[in-house]
Structures are given as C-alpha cells and as structure tokens.
Design a protein around this ligand. Structure first.
Ligand code: GLY
Length: 388
C-alpha cells in the first residue's frame, strides 16, 4: 500500500511530550503531523504539575537532575513564549515548595534529602516546625521541621496541554484524530505508520511519544521497542472557596508512612492532592483505598482539607522506564526517534524535551544536555550483560 500524505515528521502520541515535539519541529520549518485519538489528553489531564527538580531529587539520579534543572531553567521563557503566542494562561505559578516532616523518621529522611541537595549544589533551607507553620498557617501543629525550596514551582498541565495544542495549530501541525496501529518500516527505515482504518501516513522521520503505551506499538523491532511500563497514579482535586483563600501559599509535600503526598494549590482555587504509585498494568480505576490514603495523609499534613469540596478523582498512567529517566532521540532504527519514559517528570521535562527533539530532528544528534538519555543506553546494557 502506498504511503499517502507524507510529512517531514510524524509524531505518534499527542500528550504534552508529543505536542511540544511537534510544535518545536514545526517552528523549525519541518512539516509535522500528530496521530492521537484525543490530542492534549493523557497523563497531563491527571498530573498535578509540580516542577520539582529539587524536592523530587533521589539518590542515584544525579544525571537526571541535570536534565530536570536544565528544563526548570527554561520554564520562564517557555511559558512566556507559549502565553504570548496563544493568549493562554498556563497557571504557571512561581510559588516554591515546602517539604515537611511529621515524625522522627520523616525528619531523618528529609535531613538526608537536604544533605543530598547541598552536595548537589542546590538551594534549600532547613526550617523548624514553627517556621514552617509561620509560612503555612494551615499546617498541622505536629509538623517537626521542613525544607523550603523556593525554586520548585508549578504549572497547570491541563492548561499547558491546551496551549500546546493551540501553538501546534498556529504552526501548521496536522492532527490525525485516530489510533496509530503499526509503525511502517521500509528498507530498514521507519517510514510512517498505519492507522486504525488501514490507511497509512508517510514521514521522513517518526517520533514515538505515546507515553506509557510507547512500548506497545506493533511493527517496532523488538530491540528498539522502548522499555516503558504504566505506573498508576491516583489524584484528588478539591476546591478552596474564596473565603478560605489563600489556603496554602505554595506546594506542600511530605513522605507519610513511606508514601509521597503533595498538595498543589492553584490560583484558580483548585487544590490537587497526589499521588499514589501503583504497578498495576493498564488499570486506571479510582479506588476507595487510593482516595482514602491520599486524603488521610494529606489530612495529617493539613487538617483543614476536610472542610473543602471534593471536586474530582482521577487516575493516570506515568510512563515508567528502568532508570526512571526519559528515552530521547534517535534509535538504532533509522528514521525512528523516541520521546517517552518521562515517568514522574513529564511536565517538568516538557521544555527541554521539545528543544532536544527539535535539535535531533534537524541535525540527527541530541544536544549535549540530552545525550545521557539516548535510548541506546538500554541496548548497551543488554549487550554488556551477555555471556562472553
Ligand atoms: N511528579 C509527581 C508524580 O508523579 O506523582
């Protein structure tokens, strides 16, 4: 079958990562198409939108930290450019984050995080429980201390997705609102994709940016298929009535009984409480247990939440990768690039991913900042583990 409607770039997946890739590619003069039944949907419709390079730092993830910080630094210009182009308010709020401890174990955990942050040259300040409550009067009296991180901000991912859609449309990106069923490979090169109705779209380069589904696309050779898996996150949305505002001034988070809980207050009055981390395959059921645990843990931090209307419960799937870092850029199959596996950092990594993929699509190489995230790192790992 012939490949109709050939574009320079075909992006499979229209979540925020696919959209930013398409937008940046189109801005560089490449004719670009996106295939997705519901572009602008996906994990961004669930995510809280924390831009938490410093508070979500983990031992052993210093390489990822470099990419996270590079993206966080891009955010002010990225948000300003998108807003100027589209007129959309992104809910970008430079409010900072307070990570607090409720008991001695949490305090030890937070002290260790503080030491790691300082060793990594990051800015964060240790506060007593009283100082935490001075900043955030709604905090529980039992808070034992906390870390103030003024550089970890937030954005509203739903607004971000809407603005990226508008920016793509302005830049001439063509949307195919259907499923991509199969990658088309011609003469050992990615050449497009087959759609659900059997028709085919051709492209000089294909970017697979289908989030947690990226490892499922038929036609991708086994050794190139990205090792991503779905990691479920349940989230609750409350609304702060005007008479209670400002309920919280910044993102407040903690580890309670080993689980992360965060409260992200938007200027609109929305208060997002997240998130569970569950390895349950493709299940996106909102469970009583998930909602109970989120509200219970959030209530320990901020007891006043029980007064607020509960407006939404939702579950989404993070695209997890074996090292919790994204897979970016060219693969071993010529013409096929990846932009997936962003796990907990998809919203934060949106600006740098767009820039890195546009660079790779126009030059064939990743920029310096993104090189450690080549999909080829997993291939190397497999080869070196083979017996001699
Ligand atoms: N980055 C927050 C989450 O994935 O829950």
């Amino acid at each position: 079958m012939s490949l109709s409607r050939t574009s320079d770039v075909l992006v499979i997946g229209g979540g925020i990562i696919g959209l930013v890739t398409a937008w940046r590619a189109a801005q560089r003069g490449l004719s670009t198409a996106v295939v997705d039944p519901e572009p602008g949907g996906g994990a961004a419709q669930v995510a809280a939108g924390m831009l938490a390079a410093v508070t979500e730092l983990h031992h052993g993830e210093q390489t990822l930290l470099g990419l996270n910080l590079a993206s966080a630094r891009r955010y002010p210009d990225f948000a300003a450019e998108l807003t100027e182009l589209t007129g959309h308010d992104l809910g970008y709020r430079r409010c900072g984050t307070l990570a607090v401890a409720l008991d001695a174990d949490d305090r030890t955990h937070l002290r260790e995080l503080h030491a790691l942050q300082r060793a990594s040259g990051l800015e964060s300040e240790w506060l007593s429980g009283r100082d935490c409550r001075r900043l955030e009067p709604m905090l529980a009296p039992g808070v034992r201390g906390g870390l103030r991180v003024d550089g970890d901000h937030q954005i509203d991912p739903r607004r971000l997705a809407g603005a990226l859609m508008a920016a793509c449309e302005q830049a001439g990106v063509v949307f195919h609102r259907t499923w991509a069923e199969r990658l088309v490979v011609r003469r050992d090169r990615a050449a497009g994709c087959e759609l659900r109705d059997g028709s085919r779209l051709g492209a000089r380069q294909v970017v697979l940016a289908a989030g947690s589904r990226s490892g499922q696309l038929a036609g991708v050779p086994d050794d190139v298929l990205p090792p991503v898996r779905p990691v479920k996150g349940q989230v609750v949305r409350l609304t702060v009535p005007k008479r209670y505002a400002p309920f919280l001034n910044r993102t407040v988070r903690a580890v309670v009984r080993g689980s992360q809980v965060y409260l992200v207050p938007r200027l609109s009055g929305e208060l997002v409480i997240g998130a569970t981390t569950e390895e349950l395959g493709w299940d996106t059921t909102v469970t009583a247990g998930g909602v109970y645990e989120l509200l219970r843990d959030a209530h320990e931090l901020v007891p006043g939440i029980t007064e607020l209307p509960l407006t939404e419960t939702r579950a989404g799937l993070r695209p997890g990768s074996p090292d919790n870092a994204p897979l970016l850029g060219p693969t071993e199959l010529p013409g096929l690039l990846l932009a997936t596996g962003h796990y907990r950092n998809g919203v934060l990594l949106t600006p740098v991913t767009g820039d890195a993929l546009a660079h790779a699509l126009t030059t064939g190489e990743l920029p310096e900042v993104a090189r450690p995230f080549t999909p080829r790192r997993f291939r190397t790992a497999v080869l070196t583990e083979l017996p001699a």
